[in-house]
Ligand binder design. Structure first.
Ligand SMILES: NC(=O)c1ccc[n+]([C@@H]2O[C@H](COP(=O)([O-])OP(=O)(O)OC[C@H]3O[C@@H](n4cnc5c(N)ncnc54)[C@H](OP(=O)(O)O)[C@@H]3O)[C@@H](O)[C@H]2O)c1
Length: 248
């Protein structure tokens, strides 16, 4: 497939590496231009492009930008073919992104992002730590394979995205339509907790729309205060502890 990725940070660059290694044709763009991506694309088949060119012939466009900047992608995805599938990896952290009243009032983050972009988005790869994405992918069928949730309003598009997630090393659980995607926002038991399919299904059903934002902020405070070592294992364990265990 032709895949365009907007955002070349922790998540976008790693998705580019994994999806190109899986045989897809990947274009990668950031805000500073292709020259700034030389180190990332060197020795790979990834093409570094200007962001205006990233979506032109894409089957799938992945947005991996800071949450509040999703609107800046509207003019970029306007160049995408009408049938292109658009994916959002972003998460809302008010202390980083600034307070967004619609989201604070309960609008699911990717519903808000879809409105900013002007196209319906599939939510995927948001509920996985970047270290987990780098280190923990395994082949389909491997015992204990970590699963991540996806949500969106187009079933066929979700199937395509599930295949791509699998190519990056992870199982998926379909968490429903975009309006249901609050179930795996930051602070929920499904968010960055490294669960298998059955554990993730329980975590999604155990999510609380009311508790998640406070959990999210408490987790960020604990990290800021140095109470959580910045290792993958410690962060995932702390997320499990502070977001409530799956199924309880
Ligand atoms: N880090 C994680 O563990 C993790 C896990 C899951 C989901 N997420 C979410 O995924 C998103 C990306 O996270 P990240 O950690 O990869 O972020 P990051 O390292 O800060 O990278 C953000 C990328 O977005 C690019 N960007 C910003 N505005 C842009 C624009 N207008 N046009 C094109 N590119 C633009 C930046 O390019 P420049 O540097 O050139 O400006 C940069 O390459 C965030 O919303 C985050 O919450 C993160």
């Amino acid at each position: 497939m032709n895949i365009g990725i907007i955002g070349a940070g922790n998540i976008g660059a790693e998705l580019a590496r994994k999806l190109s290694a899986a045989g897809h044709s990947v274009k990668l763009a950031n805000s500073r231009g292709p020259e700034s991506l030389k180190d990332i694309v060197e020795g790979t088949t990834i093409s570094a492009v200007a962001r205006e060119d990233v979506a032109t012939d894409a089957d799938v466009v992945i947005l991996s930008m800071p949450f509040a900047r999703n609107g800046e992608a509207a003019s970029l995805v306007a160049h995408a073919p009408a049938g292109a599938i658009l994916v959002d990896t972003s998460n809302y952290y008010p202390m980083r992104d600034g307070r967004i009243d619609d989201v604070e009032s309960g609008k699911p983050e990717t519903v808000w992002a879809s409105e900013q972009v002007g196209r319906s988005l599939i939510k995927a790869w948001n509920a996985i730590l970047s270290q987990t994405l780098v280190e923990a992918g395994v082949a389909p069928g491997t015992s204990g394979r970590i699963a991540i949730p996806i949500a969106g309003d187009d079933l066929a598009a979700k199937r395509v995205v599930a295949e791509l997630v699998s190519a990056t090393g992870f199982d998926t659980v379909d968490a429903g339509e975009l309006v249901d995607s609050w179930r795996f926002q930051p602070g929920s038991p499904a968010y960055c907790t490294e669960l298998t399919i059955s554990e993730l299904e329980a975590a999604l059903s155990n999510a609380s729309k009311d508790r998640s934002p406070a959990n999210r902020d408490a987790i960020m405070q604990a990290i800021t205060d140095g109470e959580v070592p910045m290792t993958r294992a410690a962060m995932a364990a702390n997320n499990r502890l502070m977001s409530g265990p799956p199924g309880s």
